[in-house]
Write a protein that binds this ligand. Structure first.
Ligand SMILES: Nc1ncnc2c1ncn2[C@@H]1O[C@H](COP(=O)(O)OP(=O)(O)OP(=O)(O)O)[C@@H](O)[C@H]1O
Ligand SMILES: [Mg+2]
Length: 224
């Protein structure tokens, strides 16, 4: 991918989309191939080192601390990247740079008004927005979004789509999404995966018209 590119990864359940993210972020080792990021080979780097270089991600399953406030969840995400050791209780007030990052992440994800509320009081849609804020808090250069709109209502999907679309164009974005129309409206490039390999790559209009993509979505047998 080029810097600033926005790409969707689509494909049926079990195609290997999340596994691809795990390989890029360093959560599973690769059995072959290399992972290159920003001009360097990161294949052997641990997850936290890749995160420090600018690879940020969200998870398919919500991953938050329910008893902490919205703001504290974001603070933890920021501090885990900026400090070697930290403590919410004894460990000193957040520094200026950290406060700015927290504010920016909350504003971009539309959660500024809920910052003092316990995370368990958020709706499911707001929890997905918070996950998004956590990923943004690390100021990633590459953001991997795994089904950010999964389980959202129609109204919440609209909010999520406009939040994604408003992200800075300098941010490189990869979006896994089962709602094809939602995904194709947000990206310039699409990779369709099937059985752990790339089936087709193209622009959104090419993907819509592609017979092989239609076949895997209709579930017909496929030998390609
Ligand atoms: N380390 C691994 N070794 C072998 N198989 C694996 C490994 N990790 C995942 N798999 C398998 O690879 C397949 C792809 O899983 P993955 O979660 O990447 O799919 P997905 O495209 O994200 O699907 P979904 O749309 O349901 O989220 C699954 O059958 C999974 O069990
Ligand atoms: Mg998945």
């Amino acid at each position: 991918m080029r810097q600033g590119e926005r790409r969707a990864i689509i494909g049926p359940n079990g195609a290997g989309k999340t596994t691809l993210f795990n390989a890029i972020a360093g959560e599973v080792p690769v059995s072959s191939g290399r992972v290159r990021f920003a001009g360097r080979d990161v294949t052997r780097l641990r997850t936290h080192r890749r995160a420090a270089l600018g690879i940020g991600r969200t998870y398919q399953i919500t991953n938050l601390f329910p008893a902490l406030s919205v703001e504290q969840n974001v603070q933890l995400a920021v501090q885990s990247l900026t400090r070697r050791k930290f403590s919410m209780l004894g460990g000193g007030a957040p520094k200026g740079e950290e406060v700015a990052r927290v504010d920016e992440a909350l504003a971009t994800s539309g959660l500024a008004a809920r910052r003092r509320d316990p995370t368990r009081t958020l709706s499911y849609g707001e929890q997905r927005q918070l996950e998004f804020a956590l990923a943004l808090a690390s100021k990633p250069a590459l953001l991997l979004l795994d089904e950010p709109a999964a389980g959202l209502s129609a109204a919440e999907r609209v909010v999520m789509a406009s939040t994604i679309s408003a992200l800075p164009r300098s941010l490189t974005l990869v979006l896994i999404e089962h709602d094809i129309e939602l995904a194709l409206g947000l990206v310039d490039h699409v990779t369709c995966m099937h059985n752990g390999t790339v089936l087709v790559e193209g622009r959104p209009d090419e993907i819509r018209a592609n017979a092989r993509v239609q076949e895997v979505y209709l579930g017909r047998p496929h030998d390609a």
